[in-house]
Design a protein. Structure first.
Length: 132
C-alpha cells in the first residue's frame, strides 16, 4: 500500500489551482462592482505588456477617476509607468506631479472588458487593481 506522502504534491497543486481560480473570480467581481459604482478619487492600477529585446515585460501605471458623466468615467492618467518592482516609486511622487491634465473617458462596459486577462491581444491595458 503506497504512502499518502506520494500524493501530497498532487493534492497541493490541485488546491493551489482551485485557490487561484476562486481568488481571481472574487477580485474580478470586486472590480466590476467598483466600475458600476465609481467614486471620484478611485485609483485604477493598469498593466500593459510591452515587447523588449529578448522578452516581454509588464509595465504598471495608474488612472485616477476625475469625473463621472452617466455611463462614462473620466480619468486623469499617471505620467509615469514602471516595472513590477518599481511601482511604489510612482505612488510616492507628489500628487501634483504625477497626473496629466488631460481627461480620458471610458464607458463602464469598456472598463469591464479591461478587467479580463490579457488573452485578448487587442487590449490596450488590463486593470490589475482598484483602490478606493
Amino acid at each position: 500500500k503506497p504512502s499518502i506522502w506520494i500524493y501530497t504534491f498532487s493534492y497541493f497543486i490541485v488546491v493551489m489551482i482551485i485557490w487561484v481560480s476562486i481568488s481571481t473570480t472574487i477580485d474580478n467581481g470586486k472590480f466590476k462592482q467598483y466600475i458600476d459604482d465609481p467614486k471620484v478619487g478611485d485609483i485604477y492600477e493598469t498593466k500593459t505588456e510591452k515587447s523588449g529585446t529578448f522578452s516581454k515585460k509588464d509595465y504598471y501605471s495608474y488612472m485616477k477617476v476625475d469625473t463621472i458623466v452617466g455611463d462614462r468615467i473620466g480619468f486623469k492618467q499617471c505620467l509615469y509607468e514602471a516595472t513590477v518592482g518599481k511601482r511604489d516609486e510612482i505612488k510616492r511622487k507628489p500628487e501634483d506631479e504625477k497626473w496629466s491634465e488631460e481627461i480620458v473617458y471610458y464607458t463602464k462596459e469598456e472598463l469591464k472588458q479591461y478587467v479580463a486577462s490579457m488573452s485578448n491581444l487587442d487590449q490596450k491595458f488590463v486593470i490589475d487593481d482598484i483602490e478606493r
